[in-house]
Design a protein around this ligand. Structure first.
Ligand SMILES: Nc1ncnc2c1ncn2[C@@H]1O[C@H](COP(=O)(O)OP(=O)(O)OP(=O)(O)O)[C@@H](O)[C@H]1O
Length: 219
């Protein structure tokens, strides 16, 4: 069965400054929805509002057409990868895999560089390995949808390719909303793409749209 996550009617201001005013974004299971926008356009704010962590003057978040006030209270509906590291550094991989109820042997089969690291603490991993572990937890946990806020930032090209493969294999089971400044990767893996500009989302159909919307100078 295909599920649909939609957000619209969102108005957000910080003080007297309008941030979001005319937003529509839709994600369906089996697809990757990309969200692009220049620094400070409000991408993270929008994703927080969808997740339910940030209040807005107005918002309408719907799952299969039904309004949901606080999606974060239902992780089987929606999970969220924040921009920052969210797994405490003093946790061991053993603890993390136990807490998320996941099989470490499948993980180390896919990523052999983790062999012999089962008892290692998260803070002893490289920044890329730590981020990969977090992305794996979000993607592999049960849930119809997941939001990934900057999954590629500060990762090596090899790790980015591994994560893109993981994302593309997991979209078979869920709908994914992804934002990242490494826009070529977003362009490559997205089935649908929105650009956030001046508080509005614009559904784009071509790379030329990115230029027209002022997101890039020329491709
Ligand atoms: N709590 C807050 N109070 C006041 N202003 C805020 C707050 N949070 C964010 N902002 C401002 O709102 C705007 C949108 O921020 P947001 O982080 O959502 O943008 P973004 O598109 O995700 O940016 P980036 O690409 O740099 O991560 C920015 O100008 C930011 O400085």
């Amino acid at each position: 069965m295909i599920h649909v996550l939609e957000a619209d009617g969102i108005q957000l201001e910080f003080g007297s400054r309008p941030i979001l005013s005319d937003v529509y974004i839709k994600c369906t299971t089996g697809k990757i929805t990309g969200l692009l926008g220049r620094n400070g356009e409000g991408k993270t704010s929008l994703l927080h509002i969808i997740y339910g962590h940030l209040n807005a003057s107005y918002k309408c978040i719907r799952f299969d057409g039904t309004f949901v006030q606080s999606p974060f209270k239902n992780p089987e509906l929606l999970r969220y990868l924040p921009q920052f590291n969210f797994i405490p550094g003093n946790f061991s991989l053993k603890r993390v895999f136990s807490d998320f109820d996941m099989d470490f042997s499948l993980f180390e089969q896919r990523f052999p560089e983790f062999k012999s690291k089962y008892n290692s603490r998260i803070k002893t991993l490289s920044g890329g390995q730590r981020r990969l572990t977090e992305i794996y937890m979000i993607l592999k946990s049960p849930g119809h949808f997941a939001i990934l806020d900057e999954p590629f930032s500060q990762l090596s090209p090899i790790l980015i390719e591994s994560i893109k493969e993981l994302i593309q294999s997991e979209k078979a089971h869920k709908g994914l909303i992804i934002t990242d400044h490494m826009f070529r990767h977003i362009l490559e893996i997205s089935d649908d793409l929105y650009v956030l500009s001046n508080g509005k989302t614009h559904k784009t159909n071509s790379e030329q749209d990115l230029e027209r919307l002022g997101y890039v100078r020329s491709l």
